[in-house]
Design a protein. Sequence first.
Length: 482
Amino acid sequence: MNIRSLSLVFFLFTLSAAGGFAQNLFPQKMDACTPSKYCMDCGTPKATCDSFTLSTINDKINRRFNFNGGSGSITFQVLVNANRFSCVLSHTDVTKSQLSAELVIALNTCLWKPAIVDGKPVDASVNVVFTIANGKISGKMQRMDLAELKAPDNPIVYNKQYQYTNPSIKTYDFTSWNRYNSPLPDNIGQACLVDDTNVLWYATSQGLTRFDGSIFLPVNEFNSPFTATTSVKDMVQDKEKNIWMYANHAVYMCNKEGWKVFDSVHLGIPKPYRIVAAKTGELFFPSSKGLLIVRNGKVRLVDSKLIWQLPSDNVLYAYYDTRGRLWMGTDRGSIMMDKKQKVIEFNKSNSPLNNTCITNVIEDDKGNMYFTMTACKKPTGDNDEEGIAIMTADGKWLHYNDKNSGLPANQVNNILYDKFENALWIGTQKAGLVRFDLKDGWEDYTHNNSAIPGPNVVQIAQDSKGVIYGATTNGMFRLVKK
């Protein structure tokens, strides 16, 4: 049987008390077993089937199906009772394919070891994920972190004077995914990137995946230099459509020809904080030693020896704007150097960048620039020096924080200019996703009023059709304009 594509549909589920007895996890429920109660992935040791058993299932299914050109994954929730008998409770394939049916039979008839609690075997459910890649299927146990099943912490909104009516929220369809209702490797998102083909690359603390809008495509040892649990710290796509990543203390580049790996010796980049793709084709690697600029395989260092006005060699961010100006943020302040190499030291200015480090810069079509920043001398709690700074096309400065605007909190992780809506999307540390219409309309989207999985929005990306994706520490979300 030929499998070309496995289309999986997912939705959020709710759970009873974390760590206790729970309902079926996944959308496709099975009627073969109806237990009264069971714990989820509990016990020491936990319920399991050994690797030999899973290998036997893999071999049998690979002989039955042709997976060439296929991709995707299916996750099964299996009940293993105290007597070692198993029964699939639910799974993620709502298409009810023949493949899923045969995997259900295999999981129901193989040998299992029950979970042990207080020295006695108990009924417990466990998850098994089968992934299709490179012409074959492979299965493995997927352990659950019960702490991740708890509801996320409430948003921390420091802004007490602004009333959020969120008029635009009804104009978006919200969808979210986590590692228990989808093949997402982990709930803790670290970076996201939409490439030129509108495929989302999504990095978590326990693995990298791609998402084409309907199917998750795992990035692992079968199709990359990474393992299934590699932690990718940052990634960008350059002017030539190469994708660059930082992981395992090395820099990786991926294009249509394959992967290249550059360790710190060959590229001379010691543990960069970020990767920034300049519009000129250069790559910026901010680091504790200065700013490393890579072009055509050659590396040059920009530090305080080269620019004496640079407040510190500990460069956290850099950006090259459309007017040919270089912006650099360090742990002791920020500078800008224009095309004539004239340097502006913002610690000596009256701008919002005084005594702050630039952490992100974006531009709109009219020449306005938007900055996120962190205070150099950051006290405990909320700091009004942070927030969002705007330099208008005519050189005027604006500064928005949670005291003078509708910004819910001053700590900002990421910012995106939405050219389709002429609005800013702002990912905050603990106050959710903010939409700002660039006039006076501030909206705050959290898990309390939408399907966004948590209040800590790490990074935001947008595809060529206007679809917005976001990485949070509780899962991934997507916003589609209705």
